[in-house]
Design a protein around this ligand. Structure first.
Ligand code: ZN
Length: 185
């Protein structure tokens, strides 16, 4: 088990575009293991590499029904149906907002050995794929909220103890109650 500290809102790595993975080596396998352990420890549904301070295009997921990882992920939206449901983020502890996402996507990328992977996702897994892929482009779920909710979210962040204290890294056993994509216990 290698549980890594989680980067919080305010850390510039969360706003940077992560780089494509070019080496499918032992380090990448270690990264996937670290992400998986850290996500599990936090009770998260997904976690992207920048959240543990690594600027590479990798995320892991575990919705309960499906678990895995994706390297250099991309997705395409399938159909026009949308879903609105609660979303949070391990990097923004304590926040949870209804967020609009595509209901179905088709995800593709590679596994840690460089083998191409493709799968269809809907509902929570589709939400997770969109949330985590956003992370790799420096986009956070609060960016997807309607302007009023986003304003409220920003105000809540600015008033949070961790933000006020300038903390941008926390032990994964630290404070936070974010729900899906955040802490569940
Ligand atoms: Zn997140």
């Amino acid at each position: 088990m290698t549980i890594q500290p989680v980067r919080l809102f305010g850390d510039p790595i969360l706003r940077a575009r992560a780089a494509e993975v070019t080496e499918f080596d032992r380090e990448l396998r270690q990264l996937v293991a670290d992400l998986t352990d850290t996500m599990a420890d936090d009770g998260g549904v997904g976690m992207a590499a920048p959240q543990i301070g690594v600027g590479l295009r990798v995320f892991v997921y575990d919705t309960g029904d499906a678990a895995g990882h994706l390297v250099n992920p991309t997705y395409t939206v399938v159909g026009e149906e949308e879903q609105v449901g609660p979303e949070g983020c391990l990097s923004i502890p304590g926040l949870r907002y209804d967020t609009r996402r595509a209901l179905r996507v088709r995800a593709s990328g590679f596994d840690m050995h460089g083998k191409p992977v493709e799968f269809a996702a809907e509902k929570l897994l589709a939400r997770c794929v969109q949330h985590e892929t956003d992370h790799l482009d420096g986009v956070l779920f609060i960016d997807r909220l309607d302007p009023a909710s986003r304003k409220e979210a920003m105000r809540t962040i600015r008033e949070s103890d961790w933000f006020v204290s300038g903390i941008t890294v926390r032990d994964s056993r630290g404070a936070g109650q974010a729900g899906p994509f955040g802490r569940s216990r």
